[in-house]
Design a protein around this ligand. Structure first.
Ligand SMILES: [Zn+2]
Length: 148
């Protein structure tokens, strides 16, 4: 086959849109003819560039916003969890200090100690949860954005 016959089919060959029989002829010609091989390679490069550009458009306009939202959600979720755990630990410690004598009193039965401790812990968790909810409502009212 001559170069003139090969060149119009190079793009289709690159896209894999060519019948098996012709494919073999083109491959054979490309291995023998430097001019066509160079042209084919320029097509390959062009295809790579356009593919990358398409991907870049996507990542800039769509994916960046998408990941930013996901990241912000994870960030806030983690922030709330850490804040809550810290508040629970500190409040529990405060309550423990407050009830220390009671809890260490050998005349109070263990059942009562455990009961009071669990009661106090439950109250603290509820308190933290309510405060968190109030803060969340305050935030959404201020910025007028609803995000969970
Ligand atoms: Zn050629």
């Amino acid at each position: 086959m001559k170069c003139e016959e090969i060149k119009p089919h190079l793009m289709a060959y690159l896209d894999g849109e060519i019948e098996q029989e012709k494919k073999g002829e083109i491959e054979k010609h490309l291995s023998e003819c430097e001019s066509c091989r160079k042209e084919y390679q320029s097509f390959v490069k062009l295809k790579e560039v356009t593919n990358k550009m398409r991907f870049a458009d996507l990542s800039d306009e769509l994916w960046a916003g998408y990941w930013k939202r996901i990241y912000r959600r994870i960030e806030r979720g983690t922030g709330w969890i850490l804040l809550s755990i810290g508040a629970i630990i500190l409040l529990s410690f405060g309550v423990y200090q407050f009830f220390k004598e009671f809890l260490l009193d050998p005349y109070v039965s263990l059942i009562v100690k455990v009961g009071v401790s669990i009661f106090a812990l439950g109250a603290i968790i509820l308190l933290v949860s309510i405060i968190r909810e109030r803060l969340f409502l305050f935030k959404t009212e201020r910025y007028g954005e609803v995000e969970k």
